[in-house]
Design a binder for this molecule. Structure first.
Ligand SMILES: Cc1cc2nc3c(=O)[nH]c(=O)nc-3n(C[C@H](O)[C@H](O)[C@H](O)COP(=O)(O)O)c2cc1C
Length: 367
């Protein structure tokens, strides 16, 4: 029996399987408000066969967006437009619906990828970025303002406000973006955090921003709604935190009320590169799951059904998340179910696609 297609419970939420569509920025919002593009894109992915669809990095303040096209949840208009899309996905799809709340920190004020992906230039409505320390992301990037204690409080409150909006919209799950060099990750990383106050230097101090944030958001997210974080669990550098420190951080976040983590990695500076081997985050996810004892998801070059099945069946992670493979094949979950000889929930309109269609072909292939 497929383990990938077995249900899992996170807080009060049951997912029908362990396939998760990873959050993916679409750079197609208008002042933070999602648009018709999201109606189609998320509507399509809500019927991919995944148990959970996580909406892209959705920023908690206007200047916390990566680009002018990024999604936000900082205004009533943002909330109303997101609600329309989520209500739509719920009406027409099978996946449960999550959202990633984010602040881009020193990687904000950037161009959309197809406009270059670099920092916004003069005349492109650039803005002052913020970070734990006044160190740019890379050569030519904006120099961020070192955050004051008031800035820290303001951003944490913005996360809380956005989380309340997400609960009102009716999301099934909320995840905090603690990865890829964005604000929360840049507090945890000794590469980007050179502070000497209570938010920097020691491990305890570098964990403080993320821990306070987790507790503050947990306080407004009802316990039945799973709350988690996507971590950069590794940085692929020798001068940064260790896997053991990631485990310590995860244990602390669990104590602060998080229900799950997603192990991603990298992104702390413009010149660091992630590995390109299949499932490159699986070893750190396995360590986090084993040592921190929290529901663990893993992401990164997971593309084949038997690969995903083995990760879950071997106990290396509780869930797998996928991004590019699902853009390439938006019915990935259906096709994985067929390949693994199991069934998946489908909407009524598409029920005629199923074992009757693919079983004879599979039978022919076996004989
Ligand atoms: C178009 C695109 C947009 C992305 N946007 C986000 C995002 O909003 N939040 C995030 O945490 N990761 C984002 N990522 C990273 C993916 O979620 C994922 O971690 C990464 O692509 C590795 O998984 P994959 O090998 O399955 O693509 C994005 C990736 C892609 C391809």
């Amino acid at each position: 029996m497929s383990q990938l297609f077995s249900p899992i419970k996170l807080a009060g939420l049951e997912l029908s399987n362990r396939i998760v569509i990873a959050p993916m920025c679409q750079y197609s919002s208008a002042d933070g408000s999602v648009t018709d593009w999201h109606m189609s894109h998320l509507g399509m992915l809500a019927n991919s066969g995944a148990g959970l669809l996580v909406v892209e990095a959705t920023h908690v303040e206007r200047h916390g967006r990566i680009t002018h096209g990024c999604a936000g949840l900082y205004s009533d208009d943002n909330e109303a437009e997101m609600k329309k899309v989520i209500d739509h996905c719920r009406r027409i799809g099978t996946a449960k619906l999550g959202i990633q709340l984010a602040h881009a920190g020193r990687k904000a004020s950037a161009q959309r990828p197809w406009e270059g992906g670099g920092p916004l230039k003069n005349g492109q409505d650039a803005w002052q970025t913020i970070a734990p320390s006044s160190i740019p992301f890379g050569e030519g990037w904006h120099t961020p303002k070192e955050m004051s204690l008031d800035d820290i409080k303001r951003v944490q409150e913005a996360f809380v406000d956005s989380a309340k909006r997400a609960v009102r919209i009716g999301f099934d799950l909320i995840e905090l973006h603690y990865a890829h060099g964005y604000l929360a990750h840049s507090f945890f990383s000794p590469v980007s955090n050179k502070r000497t106050d209570q938010y920097g230097s020691s491990l305890e101090n570098r964990m403080r921003f993320g821990r306070e944030l987790a507790r503050a958001v947990r306080a407004v997210v009802p316990n039945h709604i799973p709350l988690g974080a996507r971590l950069s669990a590794m940085e692929w550098r020798n001068d940064s935190f260790t896997p053991d420190e990631t485990v310590t951080y995860t244990k602390a976040l669990k104590a602060d009320g998080l229900d799950f983590v997603d192990c991603s990695s990298g992104g702390i500076t413009a010149d660091t590169r992630n590995p390109t081997d299949p499932g490159y985050n699986v070893p750190i996810a396995e360590q986090v799951k084993r040592e921190a004892g929290i529901a663990t998801r893993v992401v990164g070059l997971i593309v084949a059904p038997d690969q995903a099945e083995a990760i879950v069946a071997d106990g290396k992670a509780d869930m797998v998340a996928m991004a590019r493979a699902v853009l390439n094949d938006p019915r990935w979950g259906w096709h994985a179910a067929a390949a693994l000889g199991t069934e998946v929930q489908r909407v009524n309109q598409y029920l005629r696609v199923g074992p009757k269609l693919w079983a004879p072909a599979a039978q022919r292939a076996r004989t």
